[in-house]
Design a protein around this ligand. Sequence first.
Ligand SMILES: NC(=O)c1ccc[n+]([C@@H]2O[C@H](COP(=O)([O-])OP(=O)(O)OC[C@H]3O[C@@H](n4cnc5c(N)ncnc54)[C@H](OP(=O)(O)O)[C@@H]3O)[C@@H](O)[C@H]2O)c1
Length: 232
Amino acid sequence: MNVVVTGASKGIGKAVSEIFAANGHNLFLSSRGEVALYKTLEELLNKYPEVTIKAKPFDLSIKEQAKKFGVWCLEAGAPGILVNNAGLFEPGSVYNEPEGVLESQLAVNLHSAYHLTRTLLPSMMKKGSGHIFNLCSIASLDAYKNGGAYSISKFAMYGFSKNLREEMKPHGIKVTHVIPGAAYTDSWSSSNIDPKRIMEANDIAKMIFAASQLSLQACVEELVMRPQLGDL
Ligand SMILES: NC(=O)c1ccc[n+]([C@@H]2O[C@H](COP(=O)([O-])OP(=O)(O)OC[C@H]3O[C@@H](n4cnc5c(N)ncnc54)[C@H](OP(=O)(O)O)[C@@H]3O)[C@@H](O)[C@H]2O)c1
């Protein structure tokens, strides 16, 4: 099966890519920075030489680039799985975050997924099967201090995902809202947090993979995951 993963160069996206490659699936990967993306590509190709893995850098927060990535993926046919994972965490509060943060957070955390999904959907709908995972967040469910534009964008991503789930029911395409709490990735590396206090990127990847393994008639709608000790 062809699996498309955005934000695949590191963190949760890289862990998701690896678990699908390890299980024999072909990968179509993207992220913004090409150095980290090609390093991940090389690492995965060395570990899993039996699968096809392709990667191309795009800034998915730009509509035209998100569409171009989709068109590039479609050269190999309709994907079986799409993981809308690319995202950025900018902490802040509505009252004092810099001008433009709302727009940039919405562009990377919501618009990227919206435009890529719209590019891929016609082929997936024609095929009548597929599974779309949308990386939301605990910040999609509850407001918290210093959430600001990030939290707003993640509420919006959850709204996008819920709408898509309803729309895709008759088309044989599953939609799962992935709702993790804190998981240790690069976005936490500058904090002082003990990696053992929060989840591993691989915890999220394992649940996404497991959800992709059910019968055609079963859909995991939400994956809510938190650190054992709860949110920070
Ligand atoms: N880690 C957590 O605690 C946590 C919790 C809840 C939800 N999430 C969500 O899970 C997803 C992954 O998070 P993570 O912690 O793994 O993040 P991460 O380690 O910072 O990795 C983010 C990935 O997205 C890519 N990316 C960022 N902006 C992009 C853009 N404009 N175009 C294309 N690619 C872009 C990055 O590549 P470049 O750096 O090259 O741009 C990177 O590959 C995000 O949507 C995040 O909001 C994470």
